[in-house]
Write a protein that binds this ligand. Sequence first.
Ligand code: P1T
Length: 405
Amino acid sequence: MNIQLLFKTTTQINNLTNTLFVGTNMKFNTKTIHGGQKDIDPAYNSVMPPIYQTTTYAQSTPGGHKGFEYSRSGNPTRAALENSLAAIENGKFGLAFGSGLAAIDAVIKLLKPGDEVISTNDLYGGSYRLFTKIFEGLGIKFHFIGMNNANNIENYINKNTKLIWVETPTNPMINIIDIKTCAFISKKHNLLLAVDNTFATPYLQNPLDHGADIVMHSATKYLGGHSDVVMGALIVKDDALAKKLYFIQNASGAICGPQDAFLVLRGIKTLHLRMQRHCENGKAVAHYLQNNPKIENVYWPGFENHPNHEIAKEQMSDYGGMVSFTTIGNNYNEAIKIVENLKVFTLAESLGGVESLAGHPASMTHASIPKEEREKTGVVDSLIRLSVGIEDIEDLIEDLEQAIN
Ligand code: P1T
């Protein structure tokens, strides 16, 4: 192996050893602020890590440096964020990427042509596009299946299967997948289990604690929390797996910049406060919609009649801020009118910021999934997805009321 890459891994592990004492025994709210952090600014004791806006680091002799040599391989601001990510997900190693899709791309690059992946059939349209339009062309086969009963996964396992890809809650149908059952199956068949934890965040669930091997985030969403950064993250516990992913991160180079690392690190410090309010407002919005006679279905895992409510209750500490719904009659134009009429909710792609957003998955986030495929999972023409923000709930309900009625 290339010496620089070996060194890179050693550096990461050394950094980690220095920081692991900060975070291991903390409770979650303390971890969001201090987890994985140490005094990284010996120069001035700044409380927040400086933004090390540098590509390279002076060496006294070849290899004579202070742990960082080139910012694709490692950057102190990014390392501070990566250690925070590891701490809040109860992992050992965090890796930050230029986007959520770049993080997923790194996971699939663990595979080789002929390998097979079993993925949930209800997932972010961009993940589906990456799998089918990029990696299927490179010889990796994907099975998109319903995972409401996670035991269904076993029906698709063969000698080529290497990875199970799970999103829970799913985007946009807010289905819940039983991570423990997935982990049981993946271990039984010696597979990797990766969980996209974007919708739940580590505030609500820690997939590694349930037996997952890899946690993935679109940090663009709740981790950043302010709709001002595009970023992705991976968190793992296993040293050998971390080494492979660090190799891919460095070799493929889809890293994030230090400014963005700083912003997400700052966002994480209020994750617990924001999530608490997202959950409260999400619950109120879900109940309002459920009682509105113009609404047909409301998808929110806190309802007792949600198909996997019991699993949500067990693996999540609350139900999150994402709510999807359909109108009676499943009329495309009516759904478009509703999202156009909203005033406090902004009609936009993305989710997880402090502000409330509304989206029309069939024509926006999930347009890359063929109509027959998306309708099988419930992404029908009248489906509207809400990312319920942290504004005053009365204003959000009033806005929905005027737009729907
Ligand atoms: O946009 P990016 O940071 O590359 O993350 C991709 C991604 C991955 N996983 C999930 C569950 C996601 O929701 C996303 C991005 N989603 C949107 C942009 C959206 O509006 O749904």
